[in-house]
Design a protein around this ligand. Structure first.
Ligand code: SF4
Length: 149
């Protein structure tokens, strides 16, 4: 990949992921975990669910943002050195979904963080999640290239 150093190419070919649930029903979380099972096996593409915000290339966020989880979400995001991308998984993460009008819900992820990729669905399907990661990696590559200008 022209213009990118070895570390950047490594990040794109084997992205490390942090998955955070801001208040979902766990339906979308189960689909994220399904991506790791032998049927989908995203690790064969080098995608690793590390859960360490300090080494995160891609944030997968599920659920509507509750008032209780809001600050934790911000803390996790700010620990990642960047460039980094955020994927909102499921209708709740995209817009608040069925929980949107609840007294303790702030709304979708984009009310708190900049979201790069939206994956709708209740629950979001594993195929759509994997496709979203591919789109997110293209955005991550563009962010890396823009940082060099
Ligand atoms: S989109 Fe549906 S499955 Fe996913 S967290 Fe919301 S209610 Fe649950």
């Amino acid at each position: 990949m022209a213009g990118l150093n070895l570390i950047e190419q490594g990040r794109l070919h084997s992205p490390w992921i942090t998955h955070f649930d801001t208040g979902s029903c766990n339906g979308c979380d189960i689909e994220v975990l399904a991506c790791l099972t032998p049927k989908f096996d995203v690790e064969r593409f080098g995608i690793l669910n590390k859960g360490n915000p300090k080494h995160t290339d891609v944030f997968l966020v599920t659920g509507p943002v509750t008032k209780r989880s809001k600050q934790r979400l911000i803390n996790l995001y700010e620990q990642a050195p960047g460039p980094k991308v955020v994927i909102a998984i499921g209708s709740c993460a995209c817009s608040g979904g069925v929980y949107g009008d609840c007294y303790n819900v702030e709304g979708g992820i984009d009310q708190i963080l900049p979201v790069d990729v939206y994956i709708p669905g209740c629950a979001a399907k594993p195929e759509a999640i994997i496709d979203g990661v591919v789109v997110a990696l293209e955005k991550l590559k563009n962010l890396m290239l823009e940082a060099k200008k």
